[in-house]
Design a protein around this ligand. Structure first.
Ligand code: FE2
Length: 159
């Protein structure tokens, strides 16, 4: 496997690791009785699996077999509600950093098909970060009040 494809395979694994983290956040929310927030994080986890599948599909399509690596045990406690969403946002910023590095690497390698595949991820990260920023802004306004939290929980449960 080329160095670039190997790096794509690493990101493939990191997408699955992201899903694992969001499942853990869903458990944390469910435990606190916030089923809307839990639903939101589970959906987020499903999206991460879809992202991973886009990458494994790409690797197979260029005749490379993706490799699954061991996934580290995710964190289980994330603080209060605002802090939990902030932790998710920080994770998305880390994903963006890694995607951008991969994108740059594909350009350095003149691998147009990889650049094209990664373009989708560059765009997707803009949306991911935007949606978390919006939620954090709303959570900060609510300031951990139960009335506000239940309204947001209700809203995210319908996502
Ligand atoms: Fe992702």
């Amino acid at each position: 496997m080329s160095k670039l494809n190997d790096a794509i395979n690493k990101q493939y694994n990191f997408e699955i690791e992201s899903a694992y983290l969001y499942v853990s956040m869903a458990h944390y929310m469910e435990e606190k009785g916030m089923s809307g927030f839990a639903h939101f994080f589970l959906k987020q986890a499903h999206e991460e699996i879809e992202h991973a599948e886009k990458m494994s599909h790409y690797l197979f399509s260029i005749d490379e077999k993706p490799t699954l690596e061991a996934i580290k045990k995710p964190q289980e406690e994330f603080g209060n509600f605002t802090e939990t969403f902030k932790a998710a946002y920080e994770h998305e910023q880390e994903v963006t950093k890694r995607i951008n590095e991969l994108y740059d690497f594909s350009i350095e390698e003149n691998d147009h098909k990889a650049t094209s595949m990664l373009q989708w991820f560059v765009d997707e990260q803009v949306e991911e970060e935007d949606s978390f920023r919006t939620l954090i802004e709303q959570l900060e306004r609510v300031n951990e009040s139960w009335a506000g939290l239940y309204l947001l929980d209700e809203k995210l449960g319908q996502r």
